[in-house]
Design a protein around this ligand. Structure first.
Ligand code: F0G
Length: 393
């Protein structure tokens, strides 16, 4: 982790890719921008979302902080997408968080506060990433974790994470919306703390991604594209941008563009979807909990919601990997598919400074990854056979 985000501050002359070690007396360039006190010891590692942005978050005692070092993720220029759209596109790589998705930003805050308030058990409904993150932070905090997921509908890697981190996992015969309903009901009558994004502490943590984007770009982007499922993340980003604007740390706020899968697009149609379907299992949600907050983000920012088909999502998923070297999960590709569509339709001006959040790593969903790739050839351990199979002769 030490050579992640801080490496952007490497002094001129340091070879690209060289591990970041601050010389004594060096101060990471992001430290001043974020108002990190001068007294911070040189070379101190990234402290996680609460350590870095605590003054903008609900108050949490230092000894109550549960962190896995989340946040500080790269903001990567995207040359291929920039060429295709005529915009200056950057990718916020949230798959580099400790459990491989943006959920960790909110979970550090939600679990720290739940534990500080005396919770023994946290509970969530999930399409996979929230459960992986909740399970990890609960393990770190010494809490029990219960997760409810739609049966057979979450990616293998996410299921593995929740189980290995030691969560008690129930597969519900129903969809995500049914799981969330169950969680809300269980929490009324049982001593469990809900760590879904209906818990406002989650959104507080997640807004820090907007802070990081601004800290790196020096201002807010003009357009921010996101995949939308339960609609917490787009609401959290908007909260973060608004707070930085109010604090005078940006000159503008971006238009928030939210993209849903065509088979699970309630915010686009304005109607809940009773049986949502899409290959992007993370955003297979028919009745988003943060519906109104997301609509406010759209309206206040002059943004829009739109739907993209599974075909567009898979094309963007492959383009990201093959042209940008970024392996995001299918849901993450929905935001990129949306940008390509919006740019084609004239909904994004050429030249715009655009950020797309890549919300989770592609490693979480090996089934979708392998389904789209040809079976690799098998050869004997012989040079000629390998060369022939590779078409080199
Ligand atoms: N991308 C990924 C990879 C996600 O896991 C999610 C949501 C989203 C986008 C959409 O974010 O819900 O805030 O609009 N995953 C939740 C979960 C629902 O249970 O892991 P949202």
């Amino acid at each position: 982790m030490s050579d992640r985000q801080p490496s952007r501050g490497a002094p001129a002359g340091r070879r690209p890719g060289m591990a970041w070690r601050e010389a004594p007396g060096d101060r990471p360039h992001w430290a001043a921008r974020r108002g990190v006190p001068e007294g911070r010891p040189p070379g101190m590692a990234w402290r996680g979302v609460i350590g870095e942005f605590g003054s903008s978050l609900p108050e949490i005692d230092a000894d109550a902080v549960v962190t896995l070092g989340e946040g500080g993720t790269p903001l990567l220029p995207a040359p291929a997408l920039s060429e295709l759209t005529g915009c200056q596109v950057h990718l916020k790589i949230e798959g580099m968080n400790p459990t491989g998705s943006f959920k960790d930003r909110g979970m550090t805050v939600a679990v720290s506060l739940a534990a500080a308030r005396g919770a023994r058990t946290v509970i969530c409904a999930s399409t996979g990433n929230t459960s992986a993150s909740a399970a990890a932070y609960a393990a770190r905090a010494g809490l029990d974790c219960v997760v409810l997921v739609p049966r057979g509908k979450i990616a293998l890697g996410k299921l593995a994470q929740a189980l290995v981190y030691g969560a008690r996992l129930l597969q519900v015969d129903g969809n995500f919306d049914d799981c969330l309903e169950l969680v809300r009901k269980l929490a009324i009558s049982h001593p469990v703390a809900v760590v879904n994004s209906v818990n406002p502490d989650r959104l507080e943590g997640q807004k820090t991604a907007a802070f990081e984007v601004v800290d790196v770009l020096g201002d807010a982007p003009e357009v921010h594209c996101l995949p939308v499922g339960n609609a917490g993340n787009i609401s959290a980003y908007w909260m973060g941008y608004r707070e930085y604007l109010t604090a005078g740390r940006t000159s503008r706020a971006p238009r928030m563009l939210g993209f849903q899968a065509a088979g699970a697009a309630p915010l686009v149609t304005g109607q809940p979807v009773s049986s949502p379907v899409t290959i992007a299992s993370a955003i297979r949600i028919g009745n988003p909990a943060s519906w109104h907050l997301a609509e406010a983000a759209r309206d206040e920012s002059g943004g829009m919601f739109a739907a993209v088909t599974d075909g567009q999502i898979l094309d963007a998923y492959r383009l990201l990997a093959v042209r940008e070297g970024v392996f995001g999960e299918p849901a993450s590709a929905a935001g990129v598919a949306g940008l390509l569509q919006a740019s084609k339709n004239g909904d994004v001006d050429p030249g715009s400074l655009v950020v797309c959040t890549i919300t989770g790593t592609g490693l979480k969903d090996p089934d979708t990854a392998m389904a789209g790739t040809p079976e690799p050839a098998v050869v004997p351990a012989e040079t000629e056979a390998a060369a022939a199979a590779l078409g080199l002769v």
